[in-house]
Ligand binder design. Structure first.
Ligand code: GLU
Ligand code: ZN
Length: 309
């Protein structure tokens, strides 16, 4: 008798919101691409809440983001993964790096350490020259963990949307932070550990994180983990050309919703920006799976008109 083989899963994507604020149009536009890249290939889509950034995480924001996403028509496979429940995995990873001499405690000023706790959207990472390399035998109070960027630190990869990207991590970031305290985990470490553990094969996110990617690749290599595919897409910006923020007014999904906007209208507006829908069209996210094409995603940021709903 012939064996019935299950259709192989070609692609595993993920949505990875941070509950540091409410979900807004910019997040949703990126998530639409992540969703459609996975679903149009019959792939899996996972959901991970990146809730490691106390005290910037806002109470209730994780639950609200999930409600907003469901209201917009997003669905995903399996349980939601909360990073706050996975500290042991991150600790193990630091232990492995430590054994290889690739993680060390640093007691330098906390400023750049703090700023690296979250995804560095505004290019806020500073170059650290390695002052504390080989200095601390044990973990001093108040120290952070840093990654030792040794040898040839040039990283090059082909982003499936943004194209070739190259960076010398040693020259740009130096020994970047892994965690801001002994048992903690910062953005870079957590993202690397989780994407590998969850079996993510493609990372879709906004292109302000493109310069944060080479450091992640170095950590993947150091831990013997695979490098996923990357697909970095342009941001939504305000009329002033800057990354969507409070100064541009209220673009929170929850506010549009409270004002009676329809999810199909919001999805339609964003779909139109990718040429997947006609002007003014209302459409459900699931109905875009058939229309999806990466080829029409513009390479420039979307200057959004926020009062259309
Ligand atoms: N949670 C991060 C953010 O919202 C995104 C991380 C990622 O996609 O790698 O900025
Ligand atoms: Zn130091």
């Amino acid at each position: 008798m012939e064996e019935v083989l299950e259709k192989p899963v070609t692609c595993t994507g993920r949505l990875a919101p941070s509950p540091t604020g409410a979900l807004h149009l910019g997040n949703v536009r990126t998530f639409m691409i992540a969703y459609l890249r996975a679903r149009s290939q019959g792939g899996r889509l996972l959901m991970r809440m990146e809730d490691l950034d106390h005290p910037r995480d806002k109470p209730g924001a994780a639950r609200e983001a999930i409600e907003d996403l469901r209201w917009l028509g997003f669905e995903w496979d399996g349980e939601i993964v909360f990073q706050s429940g996975r500290r042991e995995l991150y600790r193990d990873a630091i232990g492995k790096l430590r054994e290889k001499g690739l993680a060390y405690p640093c007691t330098c000023s906390r400023k750049d350490v703090e700023s690296a706790q979250s995804a560095p959207h505004e290019g806020e990472q500073l170059r650290y020259p390695g002052t504390c390399r080989g200095k601390h035998e044990t973990f001093p109070p108040g120290a952070c963990w840093r990654f030792r960027v040794d040898g040839d630190s040039r990283v090059a990869f082909d982003d499936a949307f943004a194209g070739r990207f190259e960076q010398d991590v040693g020259e740009t970031l130096g020994d970047f932070p892994l965690a801001r305290d002994e048992g903690g985990a910062g953005y870079t470490l957590a993202v690397v550990v989780d994407d590998a553990e969850m079996g993510v094969t493609e990372v879709v996110r906004a292109d302000d994180l493109l310069p944060a990617t080479p450091a992640q690749i170095l950590v993947q290599r150091a831990l013997g983990l695979p490098t996923p595919g990357y697909f970095h897409v342009p941001l939504v910006v305000g009329p002033d050309g800057r990354r969507l923020a409070k100064r541009h007014g209220d673009t929170r999904i929850s506010s549009y919703r409270a004002r009676g906007a329809r999810p199909e209208r919001i999805i339609g507006y964003l779909a139109e920006s990718f040429a997947w829908a006609e002007k003014g069209e209302e459409i459900r996210l699931a109905d875009l799976v058939e229309r999806f094409s990466s080829a029409t995603i513009p390479h420039e940021p979307l200057v959004a008109d926020f009062d259309v709903f």
